[in-house]
Design a protein around this ligand. Structure first.
Ligand code: GLN
Length: 488
């Protein structure tokens, strides 16, 4: 029973379908693992054992009667705490929504329910998905399973840590500027941000609407492809979903590197830590040996990605978070009884410091007199970054970069300096600004046993190529990344 938690997603899928395991046994093993381990990792904000077991029993019953909903019936999946599930608290790790019970399902949740997945909700995150370490959660900081003195990345740190600690095989996160890829990288697993418009955002609590996408984490590549197929598609409830050819997992096949053009960074121009730099160059060398051609790209625009991202994301968040006013949702502080005081006091008590900082920044850059100089200029620079990617893909098949400039940092190391924390997103934010898809794949461990991740990027809606490259990369010997069995 204990070993069930160490199965990969694809082994779980196979065993559930050939009848060699039941969903109840599997789910019980994960619940036990969570009981034994999560006091150290703090990935979950809450766990309702009975509710979870009941879903597994129902799934087994369906299979027994030959009425399984799909090949995925009974597979456990974790859900980040900003994705709405009917009847569950969706707090976004914020005090302002601490007791908010969602009255409806996000589209991604309805799709997973239709297939029979077993939900493990309430994975910890940075408050409203603002952060790179989960240290901005109002409730707890999640820890990295490879070294619990370190952060798991963020904002979807709970989703990544739960999979890396073998508490789940797959989970959902959201990615506005790297929040799936960066924690996947720091936790040694796979994490995909789909093309903007591929997956519905209906029922995802908005941070920055023009950048947000929901995507999967998995302990193998098959989990990523399967989940993308299930989650994606046009949704009348989200007008930004695109009418494109559906993504089919079966179209993903291992890419042959021979003759492929790989866009790469000139590492001298960037400040990567030595371990990340070294592994990146080793990976590139082995791809060259397999017949790929490396094409150095001019990433000089990348230096604008952080300021442009933080102007646009904060502007959108200041608008999106105006709905949390103490009237319609969540926490209310009556104050003096005057309406303005109620707004001010509810928001003062309900939001944490980072969220307040971003609302202030965003409100400032949108205010009259400053709009053109900041927000307007950021929008123009965003267009340039988008064009830059289109240009890149005229000459390369895929771009390969480190996902994060460093491996996981220590809890508390960057909390005093927000700018330094924002720099952790240097390689991921430009992807959201241009809307293209990108995946972080594990690329082995450094000499201290910490995971390194490699980010692959392709052009809009070309996830088949992206995942085919990711599959090939993941089969390289130097990219093998064992997950920790014992967590100390
Ligand atoms: N770390 C980035 C931020 O704080 C990205 C967050 C995200 O992708 N949700 O905004």
């Amino acid at each position: 029973m204990k070993d069930l938690i160490y199965l990969s997603y694809s082994e779980i899928k196979k065993k559930l379908n050939d009848g060699s395991i039941t969903s109840k046994d599997l789910v019980s093993s994960y619940l036990k693992r969570i009981e034994d381990t999560d006091s150290k990792i703090k990935a979950f904000l809450a766990i309702d054992k009975d509710k979870i077991l009941k879903q597994a029993e129902e799934s087994d019953k369906r299979r027994k009667e030959g009425k399984q909903l799909s090949l995925y019936d009974g597979i456990p999946i974790g859900i980040k705490d900003n994705i709405c599930i009917t009847g569950e608290i969706t707090s976004c790790s914020s005090k302002i929504l601490e007791n908010f019970v969602s009255p409806y399902d996000a589209t991604v949740i309805s799709k997973l329910k239709d297939k029979g997945f077993v939900f493990f909700p309430r994975l910890n995150m940075d408050e409203f998905a603002m952060g790179s370490s989960t240290e901005n959660s109002a409730f707890q900081t999640s820890k990295n399973p490879f070294d619990p003195e370190r952060i798991p990345g963020g904002s979807s740190g709970g989703s990544a840590a739960a999979v890396a600690a073998s508490m789940l095989p797959v989970s959902l996160g959201s990615d506005t500027g790297g929040s799936i890829r960066q924690p996947a990288s720091l936790c040694g697993i796979w994490g995909l941000k789909p093309t903007y418009g591929r997956v519905s955002r209906y029922g995802l609590v908005a941070y920055a609407s023009s950048l947000d996408q929901i995507g999967p984490f998995s302990n193998d590549m098959e989990g990523i492809s399967d989940l993308l197929e299930i989650l994606s598609g046009l949704d009348p409830k989200d007008q930004t979903t695109a009418k494109v050819n559906p993504f089919e997992a079966k179209s993903v096949t291992e890419m042959d590197w021979k003759g492929k053009k790989i866009g790469v960074m000139k590492t001298e121009e960037f400040n990567f830590s030595d371990d990340v730099n070294k592994r990146y160059l080793e990976v590139l060398k082995s791809l060259e040996e397999k017949g790929a051609t490396l094409v150095p790209l001019d990433f000089s625009l990348l230096k604008y990605a952080i300021p442009v991202y933080y102007l646009i994301a904060t502007a959108e968040c200041s608008s999106n978070l105006s709905r949390f006013d103490g009237i319609r949702y969540g926490l209310r502080k009556e104050g003096s009884g005057k309406l303005d005081d109620l707004y001010a006091e509810s928001r003062t008590a309900g939001f944490g410091n980072e969220v307040k900082r971003r609302i202030l920044l965003g409100t400032f850059s949108l205010s009259s007199g400053y709009y053109d100089a900041y927000y307007g200029k950021a929008q123009k620079a965003r267009v340039l970054i988008r064009k830059q990617y289109a240009e890149f893909f005229k000459s390369v098949d895929v771009i390969l970069q480190p996902t994060s400039p460093t491996t996981a940092f220590k809890v508390g190391e960057k909390t005093k300096d927000p700018i330094q924390m924002y720099q952790a997103d240097i390689l991921t934010t430009s992807v959201n600004l241009s809307g293209v898809p990108a995946i972080s794949c594990p690329a082995g461990l450094n000499k201290n046993g910490l995971p390194i991740g490699i980010q692959l990027t392709t052009s809009h809606f070309d996830e088949v190529t992206l995942l085919s490259f990711a599959k090939a990369l993941s089969n390289l010997e130097i990219c093998k990344t064992p997950l920790p069995k014992e967590i100390s």
